[in-house]
Design a protein around this ligand. Structure first.
Ligand code: COA
Length: 330
């Protein structure tokens, strides 16, 4: 294995929170011209969670953060930075991270949001990694939190069936150890030429060319996104493994962004990894965007899928286009 690091960035705690309300495919059948069979076979999704009126991204995020703090056995006061990865912030500003900071009482931390849509969490991890490995900070909280239900067009069957709400959090901690462990590497990419594949084209800081008719809803070219997602995620996973001197057999667990079961299957097939190594919860939550990977990591941890020494590969693609991967050793 190659040693690229100065300090180790251990994943010291995880947490997640899902709103109580469940919206099943059968519920959607009553709202739209769709069917449980179509949604299940095309996406793997059976149901998703929907935030209540009182639950914004910061509310979901604070619940997940408290659980992560508890599992890391540290207090909010010990946090140096809070990074919230979200495309559905509470308001335009201040950042959702500042609301979370207030809610959990993290008096001495810096707090900011990052916007990389579904790839947000991997981007957030990558930022946290630099602060920890450089020795600058000891504890960074990275949260993915989304209320996608607020930005989907509930009359558009090609998009609204895919998304759900939720939050997941991890705490990266500087580890005093020479043993190679924790977040081994992260790899992030973007291609702005593909920005129109998935977008919420509501103008805020730019004057719309077409008057004021931009939509505040997710618009997506599903088929084109599907193809580029498979290609980019396969490439970046191969890069992440090579960077760490690992072969596919060295990977114990893959935690993919839960966007579409068929995208995941296609990537796993190309990587030639056994499907048993893949953690899936898409059937329960759909695509929770930046929250998807940290929710899955927390569930994998709490259900015993992650054991000490487990080598985990995470992979993601999102609007932007953005994509990325990371390798973690527990
Ligand atoms: N229920 C029933 N029929 C539906 C439907 C729905 N919810 N949504 C679309 N259809 C119809 C289409 O209208 C089309 O009908 P037509 O052939 O009469 O025109 C047909 O199903 C096939 O549509 P198509 O878009 O080709 O389906 P698909 O196999 O590509 O699946 C997605 C659509 C959205 C599930 C798929 O493209 C996808 O998952 N793409 C990636 C999206 C994604 O994950 N984005 C987020 C990345 S972070």
């Amino acid at each position: 294995m190659t040693d690229h690091t100065l300090c180790q960035a251990e994943l010291a705690g995880t947490g997640s929170y899902l709103p109580e309300k469940i919206l099943t495919n059968f519920d959607l059948e009553k709202m739209l011209d769709t069917s449980d069979e179509w949604i299940r076979t095309r996406t793997g999704i059976q149901e998703r969670r929907i935030a209540s009126e009182k639950e914004s991204s910061s509310v979901l995020a604070a619940h997940a953060a408290r659980k992560a703090l508890e599992s890391a056995n540290i207090t909010a006061d010990e946090l140096d930075i809070i990074i919230v990865c979200t495309s559905t912030p509470d308001v335009l500003f201040p950042s959702t991270a500042c609301f979370v900071q207030k809610e959990i009482g993290a008096t001495r931390s810096a707090a900011f949001d990052i916007s990389a849509v579904c790839s947000g969490f991997v981007y957030g991890l990558s930022i946290a990694e630099q602060y920890i490995k450089s020795g600058r900070y000891r504890h960074v909280l990275v949260i993915g939190s989304e209320v996608n239900s607020r930005i989907v067009d509930w009359t558009d069957r090609t998009t609204c069936i895919l998304f759900g709400d939720g939050a997941g959090a991890v705490i990266l901690k500087q580890k005093d150890s020479s043993e190679e462990c924790g977040l081994l590497s992260s790899h992030i990419y973007s291609d702005g030429n593909l920005s129109s594949l998935i977008e919420v084209p509501k103008a805020i800081g730019r004057i719309p060319e077409n008057g004021n008719s931009d939509k505040f809803f997710i618009k997506m070219s599903g088929n084109a996104t599907f193809k580029v997602a498979v290609k980019r995620m396969t490439e970046v996973c191969q890069e992440a493994l090579k960077y760490n001197g690992l072969s596919r057999d060295d990977v114990d667990l893959i935690v993919p962004h839960q966007a579409n079961q068929r995208i995941i299957d296609a990537v796993v097939k190309r990587l030639e990894v056994s499907p048993e190594k893949v953690f899936l919860n898409i059937h329960k939550y759909g695509n929770t965007s930046a929250a998807s990977i940290p929710i899955a990591i927390d569930e994998a941890k709490r259900t015993g899928r992650i054991k000490p020494g487990c080598r985990m590969l995470i992979m993601v693609v999102g609007a932007g286009l953005t994509w990325g991967a990371a390798v973690i050793k527990w």
